[in-house]
Design a protein around this ligand. Sequence first.
Ligand SMILES: Cc1cc2nc3c(=O)[nH]c(=O)nc-3n(C[C@H](O)[C@H](O)[C@H](O)COP(=O)(O)O)c2cc1C
Length: 272
Amino acid sequence: MIFYFSGTGNTRYIAERLAQATGERLVSIAQAMTNGQRDYHLGADERIGICFPVHGWRPPFIVRDFIHKLRLDGYEHQYCYGFATCGDDVGLTFDYLADDLRSVGIRLDSVFSVIMPETYNFPFIDQIDTTDVAISKIAAACERFERLLPDVLSCTRDVKSINKSRWPCVNSRLLGSFFLKCWVTDSRFTVDTGSCIHCGKCAAICPVGNIKCPEGMTPQWLHNGLCTTCFSCYHQCPAHAIDFDKRTRGKRQYYFKNEFLPELVKKKEAGN
Ligand SMILES: Cc1cc2nc3c(=O)[nH]c(=O)nc-3n(C[C@H](O)[C@H](O)[C@H](O)COP(=O)(O)O)c2cc1C
């Protein structure tokens, strides 16, 4: 069973590849948190995968809340792995994940991370990758995924294939808690009403159902307490009308598209 959370699609792609390779089912944490589903049954030979993007050098709070509420029937020390996507490094993300899982009686056996295109908008700089850079990061991530997969398939325990960062404690403990307190909020999103085309895409793609946008209207945030500031609404707005404070104004957008996959890029290049 693969529990996953994804904002802009990087992690969903990885989780789908893991599901394909293992033949195990995918469970969306965002859906489970919105519909209150907490009870799952694990098969005797089934692995537990937890896939998520790193947010502020920790697992997104929705992933942590989900684990604390998880009721997993049939768990008898089957293999459990964490698989994170990140823009750079994970800090102590997996220490947090291991503690959360331990609190519900589950041992985290192995951990993996892959670098994917950046989705976080830092103040002052445009951190989001250009399309070319995003495409090459995805190609490198696909190669790395192929190298990591055998350990997942063979349920190898105690693998730590992650890039922690130079100051993991400072990043995860200090900056991570500041980040969570000050920057994880839906109250800073704004809509440029002059540019908004009222298409409702933001509402349709918000993973946690936190945006309402009836046809022809301007989007409104519901403040349902589940926003992780994944920036999916910002990145996928076709009119680039959504911003987070003024910080994102005029900056690049990115979300995962199949057309960025190495095989499709090569095919396109061959056709040109
Ligand atoms: C709110 C937020 C915080 C992030 N924090 C980190 C971080 O601490 N370290 C890092 O390497 N990448 C960080 N990133 C980048 C994402 O982890 C990375 O782009 C990830 O692949 C996005 O996955 P998704 O498309 O499944 O949402 C952050 C992204 C967002 C939106």
